[in-house]
Design a protein around this ligand. Sequence first.
Ligand code: 5GP
Length: 203
Amino acid sequence: MRREGHLIIISGPSGVGKGTVCTALKAMRPELKVSISATTRKKRPTEVDGENYFFYDENGFYELIQQGELIEYAKVHGNYYGTPKAYVMDQLDAGEDVILEIDVQGAMQVKQNMPGGIYIFLLPPHKNDLEARIRNRGTEDEANIELRLHNAQEEISMLHDYDYAVINEDVDECATLVSHIIDAENQRIDARLMRKYWEEFHD
Ligand code: 5GP
């Protein structure tokens, strides 16, 4: 029996390691599809357009909004970010599981339309870890570091709107826990699945 894929939403404050956890998760479950977001943020030297993000100027991004091509979008740390609709919908329809690594504002927009998604929030072991990780990454200027740390408080206050919280103390351990969550969700009692068994057992 074919089912629609799971939509897995991963959020967490800047510096918590969402990207690294998603990379480790993808290595564990290569069948997972990772949505590539659109953004107006400037490309970092190590990033590749179409691999890490689709990079747009503000006009290009507004056009995506106006054409209805985004599932959600939000202004995060001073730049726009959004999830292209076509890829996500096509993959879900094909029965594939799709990961969105998006901020809390975007996640709440998605939740309104897709309450059946799996909403996972990543937390740092300690609050101070975020600053150290953002600084070690060396990708942000001082003003943006301050902004990201300030926004972290607000993001963590949205934790109760998620289904699961996972502490990222160790990347592989954290990715393993997220993988277990997906396994558990695959065993959820689903109306269509139950109908199939009910019909078989009452033949
Ligand atoms: P960064 O600039 O560090 O790559 O990402 C900054 C923040 O934007 C992160 O919290 C990340 O999860 C979020 N983000 C990335 N893509 C999207 C998206 O498509 N939509 C929303 N709402 N947030 C996103």
